[in-house]
Design a protein around this ligand. Structure first.
Ligand code: FE
Length: 198
């Protein structure tokens, strides 16, 4: 038996692996290209952070809705005509305050409440963010441009397959009284992940 302990396992590139999987689907008469294109269309047109922004704006302007949202997010977003896939069984909305910053991560992979806040940014999927935001949250947020005073508590929430999170950012005081549509325009995806304030 030859010593293989020093043999390098050369993996195919991501593109080569994707092509190989696609070829297997093709052989079986399945059409991955069409499914992928449909997913891309949904991601571009329907799973956009403007959905979550509308939820945030409504919560800022309607305290009864805000309470329903914090109690049962999944049911509350239905009121705005928004929905989540069946496997997103729970939507937990995390309310920030001046002294509390909630932050979302998926330490296992890249899960988000994507029908509401959009698909995860590339940095959200990086091992760097997933590993470090848990242990060095204040430092990581600072590196991302969010410098929080020491008295601000940071809570990091790890997404699971069936529990999705969305951060309810603090409304900037100068925007109180704005119409809902205008408020929705200032709510960013990053603020709903919790790595930015508004
Ligand atoms: Fe994940």
């Amino acid at each position: 038996m030859p010593d293989q302990s020093h043999t390098h396992q050369v993996s195919a590139s991501v593109e080569q692996r994707a092509a190989a999987i696609e070829a297997v689907f093709d052989d079986r008469g399945m059409k991955p290209r069409e499914s992928v294109e449909e997913l891309e269309r949904l991601a571009d047109e329907q799973w956009v952070p403007q959905n979550g922004a509308r939820v945030v704006a409504r919560a800022w302007t309607d305290s009864a809705f805000r309470r329903r949202l914090l109690t049962n997010g999944r049911e509350a977003v239905l009121e705005l005509g928004l929905s989540m896939p069946a496997h997103h069984r729970h939507l937990v909305v995390l309310e920030n305050t001046l002294t509390l910053q909630n932050v979302i991560v998926c330490t296992l992979c890249s899960c988000t409440a994507f029908t509401l806040i959009g698909l995860p940014p590339d940095w959200y999927k990086d091992l760097e963010y997933r590993a470090r935001v848990v242990r060095q949250s204040r430092t990581v947020l600072g590196e991302m441009g969010l410098h929080l005073p020491p008295e601000t508590e940071i809570r990091v929430w790890d997404t699971t397959a069936d529990t999705r999170y969305m951060v309810l950012p603090v409304q900037p005081p100068e925007t109180v009284g704005w119409p809902e549509e205008k408020l929705a325009g200032i709510v960013s995806k990053d603020s709903m992940i919790g790595v930015a304030r508004l």
